[in-house]
Structure formats: structure tokens, C-alpha cells
Design a protein around this ligand. Structure first.
Ligand code: G1P
Length: 283
């Protein structure tokens, strides 16, 4: 497999872990050094071949729609002033004309599974990608790497995975698999559990915010009830659909849903920008 026609962005969350920064500005628009989280997510979806982008948002987060609208006047002003560098950076956040953008409102916060299900009426044929923008993955674009490894005949889902310390498993979806030590890129899992306690966790291999889902998962989402935290969990539907696979991505993940993760990511992007400037200066 290679291209992923549809990518869903669940962006309705209220960003409580980042308040007061997120009181007015949606967390997806907070800058990582010089670029909003959402722009990184958008570029990753486009790199995976997405032709339809579905944002599952909230009526109070209109700034996300504003950010995705064409900025012709701004671009013309920057061009007229000869500000080429900034113009390029702004253009990198553009949605190409042949890519569709759909907004769906998730009025009630019923969980990630519910958010993904809100997008179900709008999917193109084929497997579906999901990006949680506050999991920033720098390096090789993760979703494209996963799309290349996704085998629709063998897999119900493919989920980005990384090992986490035992005492952190209750913040994640955790795979039931033996692959922890083998280092294989793709590992078949027997199961998948949302936010287990460290005592009950089947492993310490955790899901991070990139998913490729078959239509079986959408079928299962309609049937799963409320799970961990009283929410409709994507993890439960993925487990119910079966043929769960974990994917070890090659990039570096930063948890930008929390303050320290944001600081680490900002320093990583600052250093990448500095390296780029040095190599451009050397040319
Ligand atoms: C969500 C998922 C969880 C996953 C995590 C990755 O949890 O429910 O399975 O491990 O994202 O960031 P949240 O962080 O929204 O509580």
C-alpha cells in the first residue's frame, strides 16, 4: 500500500493540560518554535498522499478553520515586500487546491472513538489515516512510513508504537504483544487495551497518535460502548476489529499535549532550523 486517501484530525479537545495558553488559542495552533502544531500534522497527511482531510472540531475553535483558509492577501503582501523566507514558510501550511477539507463538529466530548466516528460519513474508499496533532513526530514523516507498510489483506489496523516506562502505561493505549524486545518494525498484537494500570498492562508498548484503520474498525466503533474514563475509545474498536498491528516509527515523538513536551519539541525544531540554515549558508 502507499497512498492514504482520507486523513482524520480529531481537534475538538479543549486543551485543558495547556491552560491558560489554550483559553483562546486552540492547542493545535500553539507554535513549536515557529510553526503551529497543526501545520506539521497537515504536512504529514499530505506526505502520506491524502486527498481529503477531515477535521473533527468544536464550534469554539473557529481559529482552526481560519488557519486552513487560503491566505492570498498575506502571501501577496509578503511577496511584494520581498520576504521570501516567511512566504515559503506560510505556503508550507497551504492546503493544495486538489485536496478537500471537511469540517465536522463534535459538540460533546465523548472520546477519541466518538470523534473518529463523527468523520465516518465523509470517508473516501480505502484505509483511513488518523493524526493526533499534539503527538508531534519529527524526522521521517510517520504516516507516510506507515502507509508504505500497511497491508490491507493482513491488517485490520496499524498503529504507531513506542515503548514507555511501566509507570506511564496508564496514559496510553497498550499493545498485548511479545514484540517489545525484538525491535521488528511491524508487530502483530493479540490485543490492545486503553490506559491499563501498570499492574494489569500486557506490555509497555504504547500507542502514539498515528493510526491506519480499515473499514472493520468503523464497523466496530458503532458497537463499542463507553470504555476507560467513561469515553468511547478508539482503542476498544481497534481491538474489537482484530488483526491489530503495532508500527515502530523511525522519527522522534514529542508529547505536545503537555508543557514540558512542548518545550522539548521547540528546542528540537530550533536545532533543526539552525542546522538547515548552516547547511544553506555552506552551499
Ligand atoms: C489517546 C489514545 C491513547 C493513545 C494516546 C497517544 O489518548 O486514547 O490510546 O495512546 O492518545 O497520545 P489521550 O492522550 O487522548 O488521552
Amino acid at each position: 500500500m502507499s497512498d492514504l486517501p482520507t486523513v482524520i484530525f480529531p481537534v475538538a479537545g479543549l486543551g485543558t493540560r495547556m491552560l491558560p495558553a489554550t483559553k483562546v488559542v486552540p492547542k493545535e495552533l500553539l507554535p513549536v518554535y515557529d510553526t503551529p502544531l497543526l501545520q506539521f500534522a497537515l504536512q504529514e497527511a499530505l506526505a502520506a498522499g491524502a486527498r481529503r482531510l477531515i477535521f473533527v472540531s468544536h464550534p469554539e475553535k473557529g481559529a482552526i478553520e481560519a488557519f486552513l483558509r487560503p491566505a492570498d492577501r498575506l502571501e501577496a503582501t509578503l511577496a511584494a515586500k520581498g520576504k521570501q523566507d516567511v512566504l515559503e514558510a506560510v505556503r508550507e501550511g497551504r492546503v493544495p487546491e486538489d485536496v478537500e477539507v471537511i469540517f465536522v463538529m463534535q459538540e460533546e466530548q465523548l472520546g477519541l472513538g466518538h470523534a473518529v466516528l463523527c468523520a465516518a460519513p465523509h470517508l473516501l474508499d480505502g484505509p483511513v489515516g488518523v493524526i493526533l496533532p499534539d503527538d508531534l513526530i519529527l524526522g521521517t514523516p510517520c504516516l507516510a512510513e506507515m502507509a508504505a507498510a500497511f497491508d490491507p489483506d493482513r491488517m485490520g489496523s496499524l498503529v504507531a508504537a513506542q515503548q514507555v516506562p511501566r509507570n506511564r502505561v496508564s496514559s496510553y493505549g497498550i499493545f498485548d504483544c511479545d514484540g517489545g524486545a525484538t525491535g521488528d518494525v511491524v508487530t502483530a498484537a493479540r490485543g490492545f487495551v486503553e490506559k491499563p494500570s501498570p499492574e494489569k498492562a500486557p506490555s509497555n508498548l504504547a500507542a502514539v497518535g498515528r493510526y491506519i484503520l480499515s473499514s472493520d474498525v468503523f464497523g466496530a466503533l458503532r458497537g463499542v460502548g463507553r470504555g476507560a474514563g467513561g469515553e468511547i475509545q478508539l482503542t476498544d474498536a481497534i481491538a474489537a476489529a482484530g488483526r491489530v498491528h503495532a508500527f515502530r516509527f523511525s522519527g522522534k515523538r514529542h508529547d505536545c499535549g503537555c508543557k514540558d513536551g512542548m518545550v522539548e519539541a521547540t528546542l528540537a525544531v530550533q536545532s533543526a532550523r539552525r542546522d538547515r540554515h548552516l547547511s544553506m549558508a555552506a552551499e
